[in-house]
Design a binder for this molecule. Structure first.
Ligand SMILES: NC(=O)c1ccc[n+]([C@@H]2O[C@H](COP(=O)([O-])OP(=O)(O)OC[C@H]3O[C@@H](n4cnc5c(N)ncnc54)[C@H](OP(=O)(O)O)[C@@H]3O)[C@@H](O)[C@H]2O)c1
Length: 260
């Protein structure tokens, strides 16, 4: 299966690298195009077998899956440029935030082309993305292909398109809020005399452990919190301090604000 990735920035570069190292796609079957050369050279240095080009049309020649990894405002221009290069047996995947599958269908030469709107998060770079996906005109074989590609870079969840904005607030913007918790915790560690390096490791591993408990099991976070809280103990005092500071309502407000 040949994959064309248009745009070698944060997302396109991480996707190309993740797929090249994932073992399911041969790096030689990945072709990446970018407007300027620097990122392509850096990618080629790391993954010499990946094909690179400055021509988007060249990139999609013979591709089975075309991934758009350019900024949302460029999607229409890039698809107009590709109009004569797209084929009706291709699958189009857009990573662009806020561009609906309906918008995508209206920008391609074949209205029946399978189009996917996919929202990974920045943890794609380390193979731990939470990737959201919705689609239009796709058969289950197309869904399997796209899901198979992105599952090499973390988890994938198919979401009804009407829920994409809310789900994006949780998983894509949510990574920033998780990092805000980590940042504040490092400050607390330093305040209590622990080095920034050790503080970062202590909290990041605690967060990774908490996430794994939830992802691997089926308990509610509240149940896991109570397991850590001895009645009248120190942890529950900390939980109360968090709530006194408005922690839960601040997190909810952040997520709701990020939905737009
Ligand atoms: N970052 C995130 O957390 C995140 C999460 C989910 C989805 N997304 C979506 O992913 C998409 C890419 O975001 P990003 O963060 O990867 O952006 P980015 O780092 O700015 O990458 C975009 C790349 O597209 C290239 N480009 C611009 N115009 C082009 C053209 N006409 N033909 C080919 N390449 C072109 C740019 O080239 P130059 O090197 O010349 O500038 C740049 O390398 C966006 O639509 C965004 O909404 C991002």
């Amino acid at each position: 299966m040949r994959i064309a990735i248009i745009g070698a920035g944060n997302m396109g570069g991480a996707l190309a690298g993740g797929l090249a190292g994932g073992g399911k796609v041969s790096p030689a079957d990945i072709m990446v195009s970018n407007r300027s050369e620097g990122k392509l050279l850096a990618l080629k240095e790391k993954y010499p077998e990946i094909g690179t080009t400055l021509s988007n049309r060249e990139a999609v020649k013979g591709a089975d899956v075309v991934v758009l990894a350019v900024k949302p405002y460029l999607v229409e221009t890039v698809l107009a440029e590709l109009e004569s290069s797209l084929r009706d047996n291709m699958v189009l995947v857009s990573l662009a935030a806020g561009i609906s599958t309906n918008d995508l269908s209206s920008m391609v030469p074949f209205p029946s082309l399978p189009v996917f709107r996919v929202i990974p998060n920045t943890a794609m770079a380390v193979g731990e993305s939470m990737t959201l996906m919705c689609y239009r005109n796709a058969e289950s074989c197309h869904v399997d292909i796209v899901e198979g590609l992105f599952s090499q870079l973390g988890r994938v969840l198919v979401v009804p398109e009407k829920d994409m904005a809310a789900a994006t607030a949780l998983s894509s913007c949510g990574i920033a809020y998780a990092l805000k918790f980590l940042e504040a915790s490092v400050t607390a560690g330093v305040y209590m005399g622990i080095t920034p390096k050790a503080s970062k490791e202590l909290v990041a591993q605690a967060m990774a452990g908490a996430a794994k408990i939830i992802l691997d099991g089926d308990s509610h976070p509240g149940e896991e919190i109570l397991k850590v809280c001895t009645p009248g103990g120190l942890t529950i005092k900390g939980v109360k301090a968090l709530e006194d500071g408005g922690f839960s309502s601040a997190v909810i407000a952040a997520m709701v604000a990020a939905k737009g």
